[in-house]
Design a protein around this ligand. Structure first.
Ligand code: SF4
Length: 291
């Protein structure tokens, strides 16, 4: 059996920073209760580890009743009003918003102040998009699909502004963005000042590209990641289209070793929220079987 682990498999820069930073925070904080606003990463093993250390996951900052608590902010950021609520309630913020997301917030704020209407390309329900629009003032539209462009253009025209900014959720698909961008360009009046900033993070694309390449070369592909992680599911889809023997597992326990022949070339990829220890456990199980 030949095993190849993708170079980009596992935590991206922003998630690594958030998970390691949180574990460090737990180690050093002896007095204050620590909360996490939403799941730190979409991975149940990491969440269990945090819970073991008494970190409580909450969905709303108002759930924190005690004074002097700390709250961890995830890599994809929060709405700007949450900072204000925390300040008023004397809650200390441990901010692990990814610098790439913070950059989008800065762009949104800057252009909103410069009288730009803003199109945010992304999923309306995604916490990152919800955070981003809170920096856009009240003149913005969220575009998730090609079909949303017309409605967004109508709203923009109603605003009577001459400036339009387009920004994108960091994990949005490049392919879908290209289609939406083209449609916006076609729909817009020539005298409008259009500024497009492709703010998609390369971490997502690199993982998809490597999965695509690796899954063409192997007999069996193992994608490791949380079942609720959208970037992991995407890797599974990409791999399955090239290699029919692709499986998606969260832990080594789910791996049915009997299905993997000794002569197989096996490829391993993992989503951006999959910890290294999950990858190692899978590799160890495969290696054990080889002995
Ligand atoms: S995917 Fe990119 S933007 Fe999102 S947390 Fe990872 S590095 Fe940051």
């Amino acid at each position: 059996m030949e095993i190849t682990i993708g170079k980009t498999a596992g935590f991206c820069f922003g998630v690594k920073r958030a998970v390691e930073g949180s574990l460090n925070e737990i180690k050093n904080e002896k007095e204050k209760k620590i909360y996490c606003l939403g799941e730190l990463v979409h991975n149940s093993q990491v969440i269990e580890k945090l819970k073991e250390h008494n970190i409580e996951i909450i969905e709303d900052i108002n759930e924190i009743k005690e004074k002097n608590a700390k709250v961890i902010i995830r890599a994809h950021g929060i709405k700007n009003e949450i900072y204000e609520i925390a300040k008023n309630k004397n809650i200390e913020i441990i901010d692990f918003t990814c610098p790439f997301v913070l950059k989008i917030h800065d762009i949104a704020k800057e252009y909103s102040e410069k009288e730009f209407y803003i199109f945010v390309i992304g999923s309306e329900k995604h916490p990152e998009t919800q955070g981003t629009v809170s920096y856009c003032g009240n003149r913005f539209s969220v575009i998730e699909t090609e079909e949303d462009v017309q409605n967004a253009m109508e709203e923009f025209n109603k605003s009577k502004l001459n400036n339009l900014l387009v920004i994108v959720q960091t994990t949005f698909s490049e392919k879908k963005f290209a289609i939406i961008e083209e449609k916006i360009k076609k729909s817009i009046n020539k005298n409008i000042n259009l500024v497009i900033k492709n703010t998609i993070c390369s971490a997502t694309n690199q993982r998809q590209k490597e999965t695509d390449e690796l899954s063409k070369k192997v007999d069996y592909m193992i994608i490791i990641g949380g079942s609720n992680s959208s970037n992991t599911k995407k890797l599974y889809e990409v791999s399955k289209s090239n290699c029919k023997d692709t499986i998606l597992i969260e832990t080594a326990e789910e791996l049915d070793i009997k299905k993997i022949k000794e002569t197989y070339k096996v490829g391993i990829m993992a989503g951006a929220s999959t910890p290294d220890f999950s990858i190692k456990e899978v590799v160890n199980k495969l290696l054990k079987n080889k002995e």
